[in-house]
Design a protein around this ligand. Structure first.
Ligand code: PLP
Length: 399
């Protein structure tokens, strides 16, 4: 006997993973250069040099049992202090190392936070803005809450403020924000953030309990031009930041990130204690030591994101010239493109005939679109343009 719920999650992979696996199979069949795999958000740019330099130095100069041993459950104090100092100086906000918890990436940051905030079987709700990262549903439901979805309207995908206000109720425990966003690449403007936080403050007063803003931030540093990503603790006190180095440092397989509870959270001590408890209950204690020790040297550093910027411009300009519509992304490495028919799965199948592997948007809570992860080589983008063009022409010709 096993948990049917867990079995179902294990048997049916996420749509992203399914297409990623198909891409591997197809590349083996016809050659990697003939498959235009836009399925997964795996950084295509190497980690910055400081990563390997620091790792080498750590390996050469640290006593091995210290380097590879357990740290405190919540992470090494020196590492947490470096992160708190970085947050304070970069975002001009209060931070405390004793309110930081080292995790194995944003996925763990989110699951720990949801489990810390939710009382199972009490009908509590967590709001997400669609389109959203599909794993939110898995994480929220496993924690015992209901995921309430508020759609963000195309074409700019900012928050639908009246719909958001309507969705908040006495059972709302938290709201997830992801900016820059996966799958749209959209960055929430400061005016949206201010308006959203005003609504939240009013709701907190009305319902008489905290409603936490959980800021999922794996793409914070991946922004183009002079776009600024507002730091949410400066706009709303009850904020918990779920950060990951997966994308900024191109280290997704190493699994390193953190949770930062703002000292301004009204019951910060309790929230942090519950995070310690959830980390313990989920077995997410003591994030990988070597990668914790790497972090102080790498704060604020990124992989060379100019390559993503080149890809973004190339793809956006080509696709819009062929008749596709999408928001021009200010951040992350995704384009969210309107399919030429309502059924994004049918569109995905048509694209597949040209070896274009795009992800149907239904699991992101916003059908009729496909996601293109452009964290690939610029050569792949260039080589795939004729296929995108032919696909658009097929639809125009009514084929
Ligand atoms: N949140 C969003 C929006 C993501 O896109 C991802 C990964 O792609 C994650 C969380 C999980 O990140 P990590 O690999 O750091 O666990």
């Amino acid at each position: 006997m096993v948990s049917e719920k867990m079995k179902a999650l294990g048997v049916k992979k996420s749509v992203i993973r399914e297409i990623f696996e198909y891409a591997k199979k197809r590349k083996a069949e016809i050659g990697a250069d003939k498959v235009f795999d836009y399925s997964i958000g795996n950084p295509s740019v190497p980690a910055p040099a400081i990563v390997n330099e620091t790792l080498k130095e750590l390996i050469e100069n640290t006593e091995p049992t210290a380097l590879h041993g357990y740290t405190s459950a919540q992470g090494d104090l020196g590492v947490r202090t470096a992160i708190a100092d970085y947050i304070k100086s970069t975002y001009k906000t209060e931070a405390d190392p004793n309110l930081i918890y080292m995790t194995v990436g944003a996925a763990a940051s989110l699951t720990i936070s949801f489990n810390a905030l939710i009382t199972p079987n009490s009908d509590e709700e967590i709001i997400a803005f669609a389109p959203f990262f599909p794993e939110y549903r898995v994480f929220v439901e496993k924690a015992g809450a209901k995921l309430t979805v508020v759609s963000s309207p195309a074409p700019d995908f900012q928050v639908d403020l009246p719909a958001f206000e309507k969705a908040l109720n006495e059972k709302t425990r938290a709201v997830i924000v992801n900016s820059p966003n996966n799958p749209t690449g959209v960055v929430l403007s400061e005016s949206t953030v201010i308006a959203m936080c005003e609504i939240l403050k009013k709701a907190e007063k009305k319902y008489g309990h905290p409603i936490y803003l959980v800021s999922d931030e794996p793409y914070r540093e991946l922004v183009y031009g002079d776009v600024k990503v507002p730091y949410l603790t400066n706009y709303y006190d009850d904020t918990i930041v779920c950060y990951s180095f997966s994308k900024s440092l191109s280290l997704p397989g190493e699994r390193i990130g953190y949770i930062f509870v703002s000292p301004k959270v009204q019951d910060a001590g309790d929230v942090y204690a519950a995070i310690l408890g959830a980390g313990r209950a989920l077995g997410f204690v003591c994030a990988p030591a070597l990668f914790q020790y790497l972090i102080p040297n790498c704060l604020g550093k990124t992989a060379d994101i100019s390559i993503y910027d080149t890809n973004r411009t190339l793809l956006y300009e080509a696709l819009t010239s062929y008749g596709y519509t999408c928001a021009k992304p200010d951040g992350a490495f995704y384009l969210y493109v309107k399919a030429f028919e309502d059924d994004a799965y049918a569109f995905y199948e048509r694209a597949k005939k040209y070896e274009l592997l795009l992800v149907p948007g239904d699991d992101f809570g916003c059908g009729g679109y496909v996601r293109i992860a452009y964290c690939v080589t610029t050569e792949q983008i260039k080589n795939s343009l004729p296929a995108f063009k032919k696909l658009a022409e097929d639809y125009k010709a009514g084929k």
